[in-house]
Design a protein around this ligand. Sequence first.
Ligand SMILES: Cc1cc2nc3c(=O)[nH]c(=O)nc-3n(C[C@H](O)[C@H](O)[C@H](O)COP(=O)(O)OP(=O)(O)OC[C@H]3O[C@@H](n4cnc5c(N)ncnc54)[C@H](O)[C@@H]3O)c2cc1C
Length: 376
Amino acid sequence: MDARIVVLGAGFGGLELSTILSEQLGEAANVTLIDKGDAFVFGYSKLDVMFGRETPAAVRLPYRDVVKPGVRLLKETVTAIDPDARRVTTDAGVHEADVLVVALGADYDYDATPGLTQDHEFYSVAGAERLAGAVQSFSSGHVVVGVCGAPFKCPPAPSECALLLHDELTRRGVRDDCRISFVIPLPSPVPPSPETSAALVEAFAERDIALIAGRRVTAIDPQRGAAVLDDGAELAFDLFLGVPRHRAPDVVIASGMAEEGYVPVDSATLATRFPGVYAVGDVATVGVPKAGVFAEGAARVAAKGIVAQLRGEDPPAPYDGIGTCYIEFGAGRIGAVTVDFLSGPRPTGTFGAPSAELRAQKERFGAERRARWFGR
Ligand SMILES: Cc1cc2nc3c(=O)[nH]c(=O)nc-3n(C[C@H](O)[C@H](O)[C@H](O)COP(=O)(O)OP(=O)(O)OC[C@H]3O[C@@H](n4cnc5c(N)ncnc54)[C@H](O)[C@@H]3O)c2cc1C
């Protein structure tokens, strides 16, 4: 088996895909996995960092621990992708591929929201780290948790942020001196699951968190402490915890693979319109949310498809678009929402009420991936 498989991005999608190829093909896998970073961080760890539950160092999983037969992990920055020639240019050289997988995730577009910088967002590790001090010392005034555009990663995450903030302020005895508002562009917190949305809306009401649904933040003025919404209304704030607008990385846009911001794929196989080129995870338009579990599910199908093709076997079952996201409700309780996006005419979701068992399941989710990908 001497096909050269080049995988761009070692996030949820790239790590799972490379792991399966290694398991299936062993030393013959011939996978080159490229990432510009030197460590992986689970998305939810950013909330842990902002609320002081973990240090930034503790949540970093170094790529040097990814040791798999047939997989070579390179720390390089991808600077150009030619999908027709399946040729990738990085800051260190050129990689020619027989099979190319783009798993570069979604980037943050700070310029799309005037006034917003990493000082006001918790969706990157650096942003969460910068906000940690302000959050953990905030003692009076108005906090706005504001989403600047959809689609955004892990739709329940900003709801979790509002609920965990309530806990943090309550724990320090200052909740009565603080107001919390939550601005989200979706019509409800988790639209595919009305039951999950209802539970979150009830949790906000119980905690006096003001929900402003169906609106997004279009600009902020940190000097004046004002957030502008898309209907022109202004919200005064003392602390802004933002979710920046997302877009595919510049190198993907420049490659000509993207349409309407992301890379269109056949949702059954994750194949792009370029022969031998796949896209998985947040960088692709599949009809599922931008979340690690969905990136991973798509990666599994793409990996099996690549193996089947190399061995001349039948293609695997199509991607089903089913995934479970855990939701921190605060007070140590974790709920879950499982949504089936692709098998029926419209997405259907089921809600798992917050429980100790779901907390244990979320812990297992992290532990299993640390072991599977990083040997920890
Ligand atoms: C606060 C928060 C909470 C979340 N909670 C959850 C959760 O509970 N469950 C869940 O399933 N998901 C959650 N997510 C979402 C999840 O983190 C993402 O959806 C997931 O990481 C997407 O996987 P991916 O493989 O598509 O991209 P990523 O994991 O983002 O990986 C992309 C990789 O590409 C690399 N890269 C980008 N550009 C280049 C380049 N030019 N050259 C080289 N490398 C490059 C990056 O360094 C990165 O490692 C959360 C996200 C956030 C922000």
